[in-house]
Design a protein. Structure first.
Length: 340
């Protein structure tokens, strides 16, 4: 999805967790634009998913053993160093539930750094997770200060000119409705006929929704599109019945669904749609410098986590099961150059 991180940041601002992250990140950014945000270290062979996540995840403790055959694939320098240097582009304000500073106000938590910790455990490496701005994350990978990026990075053909990818999650948009609603998207834009749907202004999902509205208009049907000034206003409209659904980034919606579960107006997912549009299923991927020798062991570590069931537990902890892939692929088809 073009401008993927900007879209995701807009989709999650206004939450309590993001505000907490912003306060800390502002201080860190003033010290050079990147940070060694504190990371928690479990006993060797264990990773606690969702630690200090402020309700973004169900805390889940996973046993993860080193796989010597996969570790042997690592470049010799990385094996000798014993550290997997991970870049996360979550400065300045984070993007829950994927990457943000946790409730202890120092730990970089979220689905992305947690997956990096799981991969490092399979590789028998100590994860060193550093938080960057989005742009400086790529600079870190380019310069060798970081081995791999885990930051909701979309696989695109343009980026493949400089980087190798190991895919691990679908890049999805989603519809959120009240839990009591019986409506589901079902992957078919015609199911939106007669509905009123909110979307964030200036986003990729707005572009897609407006295209669907035009198609429905040509078919003699209506779709009312609403924009609100803030996330709070959008959710007030949803709980008040002024809109039927909210169309946003799937991880952001998953975060809100989880947070709203105990509220008087719980919500649920009503279906997803590829962020790349109808032509291609968009993919999120671990990102390494091209020809660094790291992409294969990272992909193999991801596939080991998929095959062992630990990947599914990681996704479930963050309410992201609907973005699961069956296999981590090396450099799969990405967003084409005319939409990168």
């Amino acid at each position: 999805m073009p401008r993927d991180l900007i879209t995701r940041r807009r989709a999650v601002r206004g939450t309590v967790a993001a505000t907490t992250a912003a306060l800390l990140a502002t201080l860190l950014a003033a010290c050079g634009g990147e940070s060694d945000a504190a990371t928690t270290t479990d006993a060797r062979g264990t990773v606690t998913v969702g630690k200090v996540s402020n309700g973004a995840a169900t805390e889940t403790r996973l046993k993860v053993a080193e796989v010597k055959s996969i570790r042997a694939e690592l470049p010799a320098a990385v094996r000798k160093n014993g550290t997997l240097k991970v870049a996360v582009g979550a400065l300045p304000d984070g993007f829950p539930p994927l990457a943000f500073v946790g409730s202890d106000q120092k730990t970089l938590t979220g689905a992305e750094p947690d997956l990096a910790r799981l991969v490092a455990a399979v590789l028998g490496l100590r994860p060193e997770i550093r938080n960057y701005t989005w742009e400086n994350m790529f600079v870190g990978i380019d310069s060798g200060k970081a081995d791999v990026g885990f930051a909701n990075i979309t696989d695109t053909e343009e980026r493949k000119r400089k980087y190798d990818f190991a895919s691990y999650r679908k890049d999805n948009l989603g519809f959120e409705v009240l839990k009591k609603s019986t409506w589901n998207f079902g992957g078919e834009y015609r199911n939106l006929a007669g509905k009123t749907v909110a979307v964030d202004n200036g986003t990729n999902q707005e572009k897609i929704l407006l295209e669907w509205r035009d198609k429905l208009k040509k078919e003699g049907k209506t779709l009312t599109v609403k924009n609100f000034a803030s996330k709070n206003a959008t959710y007030l409209a949803l709980t008040g019945g002024r809109i039927d659904a909210y169309f946003g980034t799937n991880p952001g919606l998953a975060y809100h669904v989880k947070r709203s579960a105990g509220s008087p107006s719980p919500t649920r997912s009503a279906g997803t749609y590829s962020g790349a549009g109808a032509r291609l299923q968009g993919l999120i991927a671990a990102t390494t410098k091209k020809d660094s020798g790291l992409v294969k062991p990272v992909a193999d570590a991801l596939n080991h986590l998929i095959d062992s069931g630990q990947y599914a537990k990681w996704l479930a902890a963050y309410n992201l099961t609907n973005e699961a892939v069956t296999k981590a692929e090396i450099n799969p088809p990405g967003l084409p150059l005319d939409n990168s």
